[in-house]
Structure formats: C-alpha cells, structure tokens
Design a protein around this ligand. Sequence first.
Ligand code: ATP
Ligand code: MG
Length: 330
Amino acid sequence: SRRVFSGIQPTGSLHLGNYFGAVQKWVELQNLGGDTIFSIVDMHSITLPQDPNVLQNNVLKVTASLIACGIDPEKSVIFQQSKVSQHAELCWVLGCLTTMARLAHLPQFKEKSATLKEVPLGLYLYPVLQCADILLYRATEVPVGEDQVQHLQLAQHLAKAFNNRFGYTFPIPRAVVGDTNVCRVKSLRDPSKKMSKSDVDSKSRIDLCDSPEIILDKCQKALTDFQSAITFEPEHRAGVSNLISIHSLFTGQEPCNICKEYSDIDTGKYKLVVANVIQDYLKPIRERTEKLMADPLYLQEILEQGSRKARSMAEETWQDVRKRIGFSSQ
Ligand code: ATP
Ligand code: MG
C-alpha cells in the first residue's frame, strides 16, 4: 500500500519554493488517503549553525505554516525528527553501507560547503540521514522539490543494497516531483539559484507570511534585465521568466498566455501585477498561520501526538532492521 513521507527543515519561514515544490503536493497526496507522514527535520537543520532560540521557534512556525497550508493533523502525521531517535540509529546503519565517494558529488553538499572553510561531517552525512528518514517509514512515495532528486536516488540505492544483503525490508521509494520548468522557484535576487530559506538575502524569497507591503517591495526589487517586454525565456531572461513562472503557479495560467495577456505593459508594471496575485493568494494562509502561532500549546500538542505515532511506526522497522543485521539477541 501507499505510504507518503517527506520533510522540511526548520531553517526559517516557508517560502514560495517550499510551497510549490513540496507542500502543495503534500496536501494533495494527504487528501487522496493512505498514510501521509511529514517531518520537521531539525536534525538536518543543524548541519549548518542555528541559534537555539530561533530554531525552537522555527519548529513551531513551520508546524503552523504546514497546517495553514492544508496539512491536517487528523489525516497526516506531523512530527519533529529529533523526537524519534530511530532516525539517528538507522542513519548509522545506512552510513555503514554507503561509500564516501557516493556522497562527495551530491550537488547540495557541493553548494552548501562551497563557501565554508571547514566542512561539518553532518553536512556530508545529510543525505544518509535523509535516506533513514524515508526508509524508517517504509515510504513508497516521497514528494520533494527537484533539488532533492539525487538524494532520492541514494535512498533507492540504499534500499536495494540493504534488501540484497539482508533480505527484503524496504520498498523502493519513488520521488514525486512536479514539472521542473515551473516548479523550481528561483531566487528573486539571483535567478541562477533556487529560492532558499537559508539564503542570507531575505529579498531573494517571498515567505508565505510576508505582509502585502513586503511582498510588493520584494517583487519590485526582483532582479530583471534591461528589456521591458514580458517574454518567457527561462534560459535567456531568467529573472522575468521566474516571475512569470510564479504567476503561473498561482493562477494555473500557461506562461505563454500570461505573456500574451500582458504584452502591452513593461516589466515594472508587470511586477505590480505579480505582487497583487501573490498578496491575494497568501492572505488566508498568513492569517491562519498567525492565528495558530498565537496558540503554541496547541502546536506542541500536535507535535507530541505526531511523535507518538511516528515513533511506533519507526520502532517496528527498527526492530526488523536489528534482527536482520544481527543486533538482536533473540
Ligand atoms: P535550506 O536553504 O535551509 O536548505 P530550503 O528552502 O531548501 O531550505 P528545505 O527544507 O531544504 O528548504 O526543503 C523543503 C522542501 O522544499 C524540499 O522538498 C525541497 O526540494 C523543496 N524546495 C526548496 N526550495 C525549493 C525551490 N526553490 N523550488 C522548489 N522546491 C523547493
Ligand atoms: Mg534545502
């Protein structure tokens, strides 16, 4: 049967990339029925330095955002990764089945370590922990943004490697990824990069909770080129094309139809149009998030419930793994 797992780091507020690349699909899959499990992966987030107070608050913020976006704690399990110790335990076992060569060429490691003088071991191990997250729940489907596809391939490889060596234990997880052309939301300041929570320039992204004024300001400051026409050319005009993609994600209109509709205005005016679309769509999400954030006890209770459910699923797999690898004394 189908089991969906995915995770998000509490490294900041959710932005448009997280929403269109991942969370929107999570909600769709949740509403199709079956087991859906979503983790706030705090252990992943400390692969780069985090302020403890900020991190703690971000866990609640991400929980609130997910619920505001339509994740229903009655239908899905929402939990905090570090509350389920089996993630770290299975990570160790899988790490012993992985070679260093396989991890070194993964793009996220390359990108995130590029500017660091000293590279934390955790950043290198990150993809293995991610495999543990997925396999621990014997997930069959993993809805993620396109930047995670190569990590999913590692999870498939490790599931097969484990099954071959110790007998069938893990289904091979499948990545559920949207259309690359539109679903990879780019940075508003540097459209050669993806939009990221951890980008130091907050104007590079639009958060789901940004006020209308901030949305307008970020749209107006979005990097475009010296041409004023609205044309969709992701290769040559990445900036304006990213705005058109975002517009298209919000309205469902095809990029070429958007270009036709706005053929008589320039990029400056078009930015106002896009800002308006974003403001209207995000308003209810922002309001729901604010309401939820005003009730931290409720959010903590959701996470507590989620951890209990996740722990019992994780324990079942972990006991099976222990037996298979020879850790179990009976
Ligand atoms: P960080 O910069 O800390 O890595 P992030 O913005 O990349 O944060 P993650 O928590 O790493 O967010 O990823 C959560 C999910 O959002 C993943 O499935 C990821 O593929 C997806 N995602 C992140 N950024 C984008 C983006 N710009 N476009 C589409 N999907 C994205
Ligand atoms: Mg990321």
